[in-house]
Design a protein around this ligand. Structure first.
Ligand SMILES: [Fe+2]
Length: 246
């Protein structure tokens, strides 16, 4: 009986502060993210329900597996945007890329090819390395990118196994001007206990510039709904994050 008189819980928005996501794989069938246009639309709808206002999606560009080009990416983006607009979804959807640090990427930089960035003026460039092995190109790539006016943003620094015990290396890169993007789901231990611990250390040391979903499918958004209740997520929101400047 008592429950009848209990105050009805008011629905809280699932995400209140971060309204801009800058790392995801939402374009259909061009990497290991969304597999179809239908799935892409469903994912965007979930982001809208979670309170997001802008999504900068970042398909993989990897010489061996995902030979995406700006043309391929923008073509898929236009098609997805046509549907989103026809559905009158309240969200802005743009695209950049997540570059994998391989020889193909090094060649593009050497040839001064125009690279995809997620802010035209600030030239933020999202890149990742192998999860297992340190890249011999890391320092020279960062130097070349910076010389060409780009601001390199390392995707999920907390996820690289070769760095789990090398926090000093991360600190060195951060001090050299490499910006860091943390995956929200790292904070619940979704990937691994080690990633969670590095993620927390990055937050404690104020070494996080962006947070991102790195959404490849609904599973990541479902997990995020849990993660955003964690103490460290709340702590991350208090940092000087740049998401809102995009
Ligand atoms: Fe990613």
């Amino acid at each position: 009986m008592l429950s009848l008189f209990k105050k009805k819980k008011t629905e809280q928005p699932l995400v209140t502060t971060i309204q801009v996501d800058m790392h995801s794989h939402l374009l259909p069938a061009i990497d290991d993210g969304s597999k179809s246009m239908e799935q892409s639309v469903a994912l965007v709808k979930t982001f809208v329900e979670m309170g997001y206002k802008k999504l900068i999606t970042t398909p993989h560009i990897m010489s061996d597996f995902y030979k995406n080009t700006p043309e391929i990416i923008y073509d898929k983006l236009d098609k997805l945007n046509d549907i989103i607009k026809s559905m009158q979804l309240d969200i802005e959807l743009t695209a950049a890329a997540e570059y994998y640090l391989d020889e193909g990427f090094v060649n593009k930089i050497e040839k001064k090819e125009a690279l995809l960035t997620f802010d035209e003026n600030k030239k933020y460039l999202l890149f990742e390395t192998s999860y297992m092995n340190a890249s011999p190109y890391f320092d020279s790539v960062v130097f070349s990118l910076q010389s060409q006016g780009y601001q390199p943003v390392l995707a999920h620094p907390e996820r690289y196994t070769y760095l789990f015990d090398s926090f000093e290396k991360l600190k060195k890169w951060y001090d050299k001007g490499v910006l860091f993007q943390l995956n929200v789901n790292s904070l619940s231990g979704y990937y691994s206990a080690s990633s969670k611990s590095v993620a927390e250390k990055l937050i404690d040391n104020k070494m996080v510039n962006f947070v991102g979903s790195d959404c490849h499918g609904e599973r990541h958004l479902n997990a995020m709904k849990e993660t955003i209740g964690t103490t460290y997520y709340k702590k991350a929101l208090k940092l000087d994050l740049l998401n809102h400047t995009l």
